[in-house]
Write a protein that binds this ligand. Structure first.
Ligand code: CO8
Length: 256
């Protein structure tokens, strides 16, 4: 099991749980967090037995943004480099073959919300608070938040949040479809884990293929995306697909 300074990495059977661990700074993202996130992703990418990743934060925050104290002395080039490094890290997270769930246990602000946007879906505690406050600091989101937020919730709602910098609660986030579920704070992790464990029991190759095809096709013209779907559908007719279909017809549980 890997150990880190700014992350806690745990495993519950085939579910990995990565928790950002700088509670004294509300888990603000500094260079060390990015270095360690990349190391954790190296590990997860190679650990074939891991079926789902949950990302969360220690203490009262998910992540309260990029670390302003570290960031403030950067010049324009260094800031652009930091932005690119963050974007590449979050893209790696988004492109993980396994489903990624962000469990929002508290503040998810600025770069913290951008991190959550790179997950496949988000579950929020009733105590979660979300927003993109960057323009209050004379900044804009730099970890692809301007792009992911509008693609996820639509242009007008994204622009509303980005320009007003309004901090929204979990129910408003649910209304905007920014989060998929809201749980009482005390049960956020147990409920998230239950869903992760359900996912972990699905046919493993099909689970990865459905994520890949949906995400890849989303960026393509429809005709091309349909073609991709047919090709991937065809590839499912291997041992795993045969086992799934045979098990249904034989009225038994599949052995994946
Ligand atoms: N960076 C650094 N330190 C932070 C951050 C942060 N983003 N957020 C909180 N902290 C620190 C505080 O400074 C404080 O430290 P200390 O105890 O040493 O004074 C500690 O965490 C606790 O915070 P508070 O005392 O402020 O806690 P409150 O409960 O009173 O308030 C808030 C919680 C409302 C979340 C408040 O901390 C806050 O407003 N934080 C900043 C939120 C913010 O503006 N986030 C956006 C940052 S910018 C960003 O994310 C840009 C991303 C793109 C970067 C692109 C690359 C260049």
């Amino acid at each position: 099991m890997k150990t880190f300074n700014t992350l806690i990495f745990k495993q519950e059977e085939s579910v990995a749980i990565l928790s950002i661990n700088r509670p004294q700074a509300l888990n603000a993202l500094n260079s060390q967090v990015f270095d360690e996130l990349n190391e954790a992703l190296d590990y997860i990418e190679q650990a074939n037995y891991l079926k789902v990743l949950i990302i969360t934060g220690e203490g009262k925050a998910f992540v309260a943004g990029a670390d302003i104290a570290e960031m403030k002395n950067k010049n324009t080039h260094e800031a652009a480099d930091f932005s690119e490094r963050g974007q590449q890290t979050f893209l790696r997270l988004e492109n993980l073959k396994i489903p990624v769930i962000a469990a929002l246990n508290g503040f998810a602000l600025g770069g913290g919300l951008e991190l959550a946007l790179a997950a496949d879906f988000r579950f929020a505690s009733e105590k979660a608070k979300m927003g993109q406050p960057e323009v209050n600091l004379g900044l804009i989101p730099g970890f692809a938040g301007t792009q992911r937020l509008s693609r996820l919730i639509g242009l007008a709602d994204a622009l509303y949040l980005l320009t007003t910098t309004e901090t929204i609660d979990a129910n408003e986030a649910l209304r905007l479809k920014l989060v998929q579920k809201v749980f009482p704070h005390e049960v956020l992790m147990t409920e998230t884990l239950k869903i992760a464990q359900l996912l972990a029991q699905k046919a493993p190759n099909a689970l990865q293929k459905v994520k890949f095809t949906t995400r890849k096709g989303y960026e393509m013209p429809f005709a091309q995306a349909q073609k991709l779907e047919s090709e991937v559908f065809g590839s499912c007719f291997d041992a795993e697909g045969k086992e799934g279909m045979n098990a249904f017809l034989e009225k038994r549980k599949p052995k994946f």
